[in-house]
Design a protein around this ligand. Structure first.
Ligand code: PMP
Ligand code: GLN
Length: 400
């Protein structure tokens, strides 16, 4: 999202003028041009399961290179339906209740575009993942944020504020758990509160569960769709990117009751029609065969989280311990800084490290001005080198 850039003008359509270059693109370009360690954009620096990569190659070499069916390859839809059933006890008909999309990003976009239009409102927890505000704007709808605030070491919401955000115009409640960038995994109590609001106000929930496997300290990811009254009103979105360390594959899926999935189909078929075939074949393989690999990834990421947390704390940040995702939200004020965007732009010069200023994920940047986000989906030696560089930050600041 680009509230960071100068407001754009014509020829861009008016409702998109508040959105310049995404912060991920800006910060990755900054890392490249300065040779800094990139703990900004969230992508792993190691590959996904070798047999999954080989499955994509085999699909290409085997001639799977023409349009796949619009809804997705039957083998992937069946694998997704089995995954929802085996892991969460949620039954979906692969024919009518699973739809393959170009990553979770398109899954969320097609869902929002299908359900909300001009005059409608979408409620989402803030900070919002970068595509949400732009997607809601594209739909011509209005975003109503509910702030997540630190409370006893983790970010959570005030149920009264959630209720207050819902109006007769609200159509969709957009929920991301595990949450990027806060690292919150909503508890059963929090989800029950969200579910009650959806049922009471007859809202559709769109849930972004791309970090569903990446939870720590025993935190359990529970899909909102498992709560009473929710299966029939929830579109659940996930993808291969984070689960299998293939963020460049952009292959995801939406599951939900047939009428809602049909609504998504109506939009998605005119956005991209279909999703890349070879990736789908490999994704189907991975969902069936590579979950033990994912369990190892999860365990490794938990150790990496601890490594980065210790380093950030030693450097003087107030770092929040995430229960999920691969990001740490860090408060920069103990180091004497107040503006995360300024610090993120200066950090390559100060320490040779890149982070993401999370204020761009807020409607009012002041609400998140003092946070920056660091990614820990990197090799141990990269994390160690980054924290060694950051260690000088407080010292230099004290001397200045
Ligand atoms: N939602 C969230 C919360 C994310 O962090 C990301 C980045 N992986 C996405 C969606 C995008 O997922 P995809 O690459 O599958 O579109
Ligand atoms: N999901 C990734 C992140 O939060 C970035 C994805 C992107 O660049 N759009 O860092």
């Amino acid at each position: 999202m680009g509230r960071v850039a100068e407001p754009l003008s014509e020829p861009l359509v008016e409702r998109m003028r508040g959105f310049g270059t995404t912060i991920f693109a800006e910060m990755s370009a900054l890392a490249a041009s300065t040779g800094s360690i990139n703990l900004g954009q969230g992508f792993p620096d190691t590959d996904g399961p070798p047999a999954m990569l080989a499955a994509a190659v085999a699909a290409i070499e085997g001639g799977g290179n023409q349009y796949p069916p619009g809804p997705g390859l039957p083998e992937l839809r069946a694998a997704v339906a089995d995954q929802r059933e085996d892991r969460y006890g949620l039954g979906y008909d692969p024919e009518t209740e699973v739809y393959v999309t170009v990553g979770a990003t398109e899954g969320v976009a097609a869902s929002v575009l299908a359900l909300a239009g001009p005059g409608d409102e979408v409620v989402a927890f803030e900070p919002t993942y970068d595509s949400y505000a732009a997607t809601v704007a594209l739909a011509g709808a209005a975003l109503r944020p509910v702030l997540l605030r630190p409370d006893a070491g983790r970010f959570t919401f005030d149920p009264a504020e959630l209720r207050a955000a819902v109006t007769p115009r609200t159509r969709v409640l957009l929920v991301n758990s595990p949450h990027n960038p806060c690292g919150t995994v909503f508890t059963r109590d929090e989800l029950a509160e969200i579910a009650a609001v959806c049922v009471e106000h007859d809202l559709t929930a769109v849930t972004d569960e791309v970090y569903e496997y990446l939870t720590y300290d025993g935190a359990e990811h529970v899909p909102l769709a498992t709560f009473p009254g929710m299966r029939e009103r929830t579109l659940t979105v996930s993808s291969v990117g984070k689960t299998f360390s293939v963020t460049g594959w952009k292959t995801g899926w939406v599951t939900g009751p047939a009428p809602l999935v049909r609504a998504v189909q109506t939009v998605k078929q005119f956005l991209t029609y279909a999703t890349g075939g070879p990736w789908q074949r490999a994704a189907a393989y991975a969902l069936r065969e590579e979950l033990p690999w994912v369990a190892e990834l999860r365990a490794a990421l938990e150790r990496k989280r601890d490594r980065l947390l210790a380093g950030l704390e030693a450097a003087g940040f107030l770092a929040y311990r995430p229960q999920g995702t691969y990001f740490v939200q860090a408060d920069i004020r103990p180091l004497g800084y107040t503006d995360g965007l300024e610090l993120a732009r200066a950090l390559p010069g100060l320490a040779g490290v890149v982070a993401v200023p999370t204020q761009v994920f807020y409607q009012r940047p002041a609400d998140g001005a003092h946070f920056v986000r660091f990614a820990f989906c990197k090799r141990d030696e990269v994390i160690d080198e980054a924290v060694a560089r950051l260690a000088g930050l407080g010292r230099d600041r004290a001397r200045a």
